[in-house]
Design a protein around this ligand. Structure first.
Ligand SMILES: Nc1ncnc2c1ncn2[C@@H]1O[C@H](COP(=O)(O)OP(=O)(O)OP(=O)(O)O)[C@@H](O)[C@H]1O
Ligand SMILES: [Mg+2]
Length: 282
């Protein structure tokens, strides 16, 4: 059973019909030494739903993604995917259950082609153990062929089909961001988390990304997207969760969140603080 109300809502709003959430985060906290990076986060993402996670710099967005992905353990709270508690599972086990993510900074292997990069993720998700591939060579060859097909499909899906034989470093920064999404999608996720996918993109690249997120949603995948670009967030999200200083200060539709006084104050307050710091530095 899913908790009735993990995030103030128990259903997705995307398709109108009630959909049980896939990813459920309840009361998650994270402390790094003396820093309370995340105070108390609850959110949920359903199949085919796009949920935004926004907030000023340092508000705990990437920490949330890292906790959900299993990079580090929460100090308190619970995280589940399709009803399964993720507590004792590492990053790869969570990927195999259907939880994929991209990184805020592009983390690609410079020596690899785009295709090879995506294949490494397919191997994490679908690969045989070394022992079983030694024991069953023929089976393993078939599995590799299937993984290659998945990798090509994922690259085609994000629009990099014609670029897959290039080295990762030969791709533009926008293409490298799309490659991270292809890498995530090739693991056949139920939920994908995108940490600032539009960073460094210009307007037409952001439009392409927005369309891609819509196509990911149309496949029934749940999307948790962190983004500073408000135009994109407002356009693609069904629901937005707002963090400030590690605490959830608001949740609602894009329209609700954008007129929420606490949200406006958090962003304006942050902008004032940054301007003050810049002036102080001069
Ligand atoms: N591994 C870590 N060790 C110590 N402190 C950390 C660690 N990771 C994050 N923090 C701290 O936790 C807080 C939240 O950081 P986080 O990276 O989650 O913010 P963010 O919302 O993703 O910010 P940005 O928009 O700049 O990416 C910050 O104060 C940060 O310095
Ligand atoms: Mg971040």
């Amino acid at each position: 059973m899913y908790p009735a109300d993990a995030s103030g809502q128990s259903t997705a709003q995307g398709g109108g019909a009630a959909v049980a959430p896939l990813l459920v985060v309840l009361g998650v906290q994270k402390r790094f030494g003396g820093v309370q990076a995340l105070g108390d986060l609850s959110l949920s993402v359903a199949s085919g739903e796009v949920v935004g996670l926004i907030g000023p710099n340092g508000s705990g967005k990437s920490t949330s993604v890292n906790l959900i992905a299993g990079v580090f353990a929460p100090s308190a709270g619970s995280i589940s995917l399709a009803g399964q508690d993720l507590r004792n599972l590492g990053v790869d086990a969570r990927v195999r259950l259907g939880l994929a993510r991209t990184f805020q900074t592009t983390t690609l292997f410079a020596e690899m082609t785009a295709f090879e990069q995506v294949m490494t993720a397919c191997h994490t998700r679908f690969g045989d153990s070394v022992l079983s591939s030694m024991l069953r060579r023929a089976h393993s060859r078939q599995a590799t062929a299937r993984q290659a097909q998945r990798a090509e499909e994922a690259l085609d899906f994000v629009g990099l089909g014609m670029r897959m034989r290039l080295l990762c470093t030969e791709l533009s920064s926008a293409e490298q961001r799309l490659l991270m999404i292809a890498t995530a999608l090739a693991t056949d996720p139920k939920v994908v988390m995108l940490d600032e996918p539009a960073a460094g993109m210009v307007a037409h690249e952001r439009r392409v990304l927005g369309e891609l997120i819509e196509r990911i949603r149309a496949r029934g995948i749940g999307v948790l997207v962190i983004e500073h670009h408000m135009g994109l967030i407002m356009e693609v999200c069904d629901r937005i969760v707002v963090l400030n200083f590690g605490r959830r200060i608001a949740e609602g539709t894009p329209a609700e969140v954008s007129r929420n006084p606490a949200v406006i104050e958090a962003y304006l307050g942050h902008a004032h603080a940054e301007r003050g710091a810049a002036e102080h530095a001069r």
